[in-house]
Design a protein around this ligand. Structure first.
Ligand SMILES: [Ca+2]
Ligand SMILES: [Ca+2]
Ligand SMILES: [Ca+2]
Ligand SMILES: [Ca+2]
Length: 349
């Protein structure tokens, strides 16, 4: 029997490097990758300054532009390694990308309770927008003040396994790999980066710090691939759904039957509006997410009403058996001609 190797029968993994760290080179590298068939792109580069950015760079505009257009790639960015008090930088600020912070797993993968955020993981929000969206393992224990072990990996010299350091660069590929796996389970996700992102966020139930719904450093939480795959396999998601300004004040998804005591997370994802690679990148719509009990006019049991994010997340414990009605409210809609692609997913524990 031939040795097929670890990537046998999987799609190609491409390395799209640039000659220099200039943004135009890195954009060309991503264009090349997409032309070769890449549908999920993991990026671990960006500006490393600490102060608040005042505008979007060309690579941020690029990430937001390409996500909206065929072949609809999922773009993943590392959050950066400037620490908790530094502002999120370009291009990790891109609306339509998934930005990933880093946490320590303390080299105890079997125990999640001892995990905490990597000190270096950048998390301070820029432009009033919650970033990162999620966190993944990018460190074992190293902090700014202690030199514990970094991630262990195969290396190219004896003893062949060693400490390769820490950083959000190691966290971003975990999310990219999960996105690729979800697209494999549900092939139609290949044209729905919004739903791919919603699944990854709804399933990120490994709370590392702060609120389990949404907090500064880990976003909506540490990723949980088992939960994400459960969502995909049970089709607890919406894709192929678009909204226009003219369809009314509120739109309801198919109601879901939930059982008392279940812990539920629902995530709504849409996009920024950008019409050219160098165009104006704005949040066309401020959508909000409500969940009503029993009927479309029943009591609101959970809501998410952020003003600057292009996602909303609700998390609640089901108070009683019955039907629950997720609803989108169009709080603001700027361009009547613009059509929003809507991603939605529900995690039930
Ligand atoms: Ca651990
Ligand atoms: Ca949290
Ligand atoms: Ca943050
Ligand atoms: Ca909103």
């Amino acid at each position: 029997m031939p040795y097929h190797g670890m990537l046998w029968s999987s799609p190609a993994v491409l390395s799209a490097n640039a000659y220099d760290m200039g943004e135009s080179s890195l954009i060309q590298a991503q264009d090349w990758a997409i032309a070769q068939g890449a549908r999920v792109i993991s990026n671990s580069w960006g500006f490393s300054t600490c102060t608040a950015p005042t505008s979007y760079s060309s690579s941020t505009l690029y990430a937001d532009y390409v996500t909206l257009r065929s072949p609809y790639p999922t773009i993943v960015f590392s959050a950066g390694n400037t620490g908790p008090s530094c502002y999120m930088q370009n291009p990790a600020v891109a609306f339509n990308a998934i930005t990933v912070g880093s946490f320590n797993d303390r080299q105890t993968a079997y125990n999640w309770l001892d995990d905490d955020m990597a000190y270096s993981s950048t998390s301070y929000n820029s432009f009033g927008r919650d970033k990162p969206e999620v966190a993944a393992v990018g460190a074992h224990a190293r902090t700014a003040t202690s030199s514990g072990p970094g991630l262990m990996s195969t290396i190219i010299a004896s003893p062949w396994i060693g400490d390769i350091g820490t950083g959000t660069s190691f966290a971003s590929p975990a999310v990219a790999g999960l996105a690729a796996h979800l697209r494999y389970i549900v092939p139609t996700l290949n044209t729905w980066p919004e739903t791919t992102k919603a699944i990854i966020m709804a399933s990120a139930t490994h709370n590392i710090e702060g609120s389990s719904r949404l907090s500064d450093r880990d976003g909506v939480g540490g990723i949980n691939a088992g939960e994400a795959i459960k969502i995909a396999k049970n089709s607890r998601l919406w894709q192929g759904f678009t909204l226009t300004k003219g369809t009314g004040a509120a739109s309801s998804f198919t109601p879901v039957y939930l059982t008392k005591g279940e812990k539920v997370r629902m995530v709504l994802v849409w996009n920024s509006k950008i019409t050219s690679r160098t165009g104006t990148d704005t949040l066309n719509a401020d959508l909000d997410l409500y969940v009503r009990q029993s009927s479309t006019t029943g009591p609101v049991i959970a809501s998410s009403t952020s003003a600057s994010n292009n996602f909303e997340i609700v998390e609640f414990v089901v108070p009683a058996d019955g039907m629950y009605y997720p609803q989108i409210t169009k709080f603001r809609w700027t361009d009547a001609a613009w059509i929003e692609n809507i991603g939605w997913a529900i995690d039930i524990q």
